[in-house]
Design a protein around this ligand. Structure first.
Ligand code: ZN
Length: 218
């Protein structure tokens, strides 16, 4: 090997080592929603096999969101509690690697964001939620989670009066606190500042470990 090439190779290896070290030490601006507000019910469908993929996609059962997004979600919870209601969360931050697996199964951007662009879930700036009563029982909604039909549309008209009333209430309270509904899924809301947050691909088990060590945003 020529000496110049050897030096170059050593430098590349060294830089790689440095960047992985920095990555391990970095504080990530995501917070554990359950640790901030234990009254919000967390039921991550992708941390179980009870989802459209029929497979456990998450390496840990932890619901993470960007700090400001989580704060706004807690404001939503407080407003709902005044009505004797609360939130159940089906999804928050989702690693990009999981997005790629989903896209392989359903390459339809109405329901699954193209990983080439990234989902707002990959940014930790989108949340999938429904309403529960004071006993934690889900209120009637137009469909269940990940129903890939037009009935899941956030303005779809042909649903029962009660489902429509509950869907509209959820939408109203989320909008009050800076979330934006999307057309195709009544349960999905984007944070108003999604473009402030880059796509992330850190696995959930690593983030859970970081959270336990106090290495996440507070
Ligand atoms: Zn979603």
């Amino acid at each position: 090997m020529k000496p110049k090439l050897a030096i170059f190779k050593i430098a590349v290896v060294f830089l790689f080592f440095l960047s992985s070290f920095a990555f391990a030490q970095e504080t990530i601006d995501l917070v554990d929603v359950a640790a901030l507000d234990s009254t919000i019910i967390i039921d991550l469908k992708y941390a179980t096999a009870d989802n459209f993929m029929g497979d456990t996609l998450y390496s840990a059962n932890i619901c993470l969101l960007r700090k400001d997004v989580a704060k706004r979600l807690i404001e939503v919870q407080k407003e709902l509690q005044q009505m004797g209601l609360g939130l159940k969360v089906w999804d928050g931050y989702r690693p990009l690697a999981v997005q790629k697996k989903m896209w392989e199964k359903i390459p339809d951007s109405r329901y699954v964001a193209n990983p080439a662009k990234g989902s707002n879930h990959n940014r930790g700036a989108a949340v999938d939620v429904t309403l529960v009563d004071k006993d934690g029982k889900e209120l009637e909604m137009p469909t269940g989670f990940d129903d890939f039909t037009e009935k899941a549309g956030s303005n779809y008209p042909n649903v029962s009066e009660r489902a429509k009333k509950n869907r509209e209430l959820l939408k109203k309270v989320m909008i009050n606190h800076g979330f934006k509904p999307i057309k195709s899924e009544w349960w999905h809301f984007n944070d108003k500042n999604i473009h402030d947050y880059p796509v992330l691909d850190v696995p959930l088990n690593i983030l859970k470990m970081k959270a336990a060590k106090g290495m996440m945003a507070k």
